[in-house]
Design a protein around this ligand. Structure first.
Ligand code: MN
Length: 250
């Protein structure tokens, strides 16, 4: 199983999540929301190759944490993946959008200068703005749009720009999300949970709950869950080797 977007450090007991993910042979990209969380998260994960980390600066936090861009740049050479980064144009964060764009651009340019990365990208309420920046500044990086919620047209634009997509149980639950997923080429899809922000009943989603996404994808692609899992695994290998980041050390 593969969870390409999970906030491992934000569960009450991150070490237990890592141990359980390893036990279940679940590959987890532990995205972070602030550069200050990097070192702590690294300690928790303790170098498990099955749980790589993404260096992030979440757009919802940019207003208070823009100054952490310096730490971001310092830590970047040690980061195998980048994320969660991006833009949020929803009503609560719209006001900080110009600052978010500044920071996003600075990050994209730094990443491009450092050889590019696979990047997990947030684009809620700002799909076109996000794609504008990726088009101009992503360089050789490979963007993976996480929980994409734009229009069909924006999705087509993202596909033609070479973006990949990570989709989770929450996105696949709604009609709109499912319709978008049907249009994504099957060789550009990964699974994710976005836990612990997403829930199933009273519990947060855990990385291994990507099973729910595998089942939903199986319904869309008309194949069984095991075939979906194999397919997602092949996609991940291609994503990582294409980005040429296999040899990079954390
Ligand atoms: Mn997230």
């Amino acid at each position: 199983m593969i969870d390409l977007h999970c906030h491992v450090d934000l569960y009450p007991d991150p070490r237990a999540i890592v141990a359980e993910a390893v036990r279940r042979e679940c590959y987890v990209l532990a995205v972070t929301t602030t550069p200050l969380a990097w070192n702590g998260t690294k300690q928790v994960i303790a170098g498990s190759p099955q749980v790589p980390m993404g260096l992030g600066l979440h757009p919802e936090l940019v207003l208070e944490r823009a100054s952490e861009i310096e730490q971001f740049i310092d830590l970047l050479p040690a980061a195998k993946f980048v994320g969660e980064i991006g833009l949020d144009g929803s009503p609560r964060h719209r006001e900080s959008l110009p600052l978010q764009i500044d920071i996003f651009r600075t990050i994209l340019e730094a990443v491009a200068r450092d050889g590019g990365r696979v990047m997990s990208i947030h684009s809620r309420g700002a799909a076109n703005e996000t794609l504008d920046e990726l088009e101009r500044h992503a360089g050789s990086s490979t963007p993976v749009l996480h929980w994409f919620s734009g229009t069909t047209r924006e999705l087509q634009r993202a596909i033609s720009l070479g973006c990949w997509f990570s989709v989770g149980p929450a996105m696949l639950k709604g009609e709109k999300g499912r319709k978008l997923v049907e249009l994504i080429p099957i060789d550009r899809i990964l699974t994710e949970t976005d836990g612990p922000f997403t829930r199933s009943g009273s519990e947060p989603l855990f990385p291994w709950n990507v099973e729910q996404a595998e089942r939903a994808l199986g319904g869309i692609w008309q194949v069984d869950s095991l075939e979906v899992r194999q397919h997602i695994r092949d996609n991940l290998s291609r994503l990582v080797s294409k980005a040429g980041i296999g040899g990079r050390r954390e």
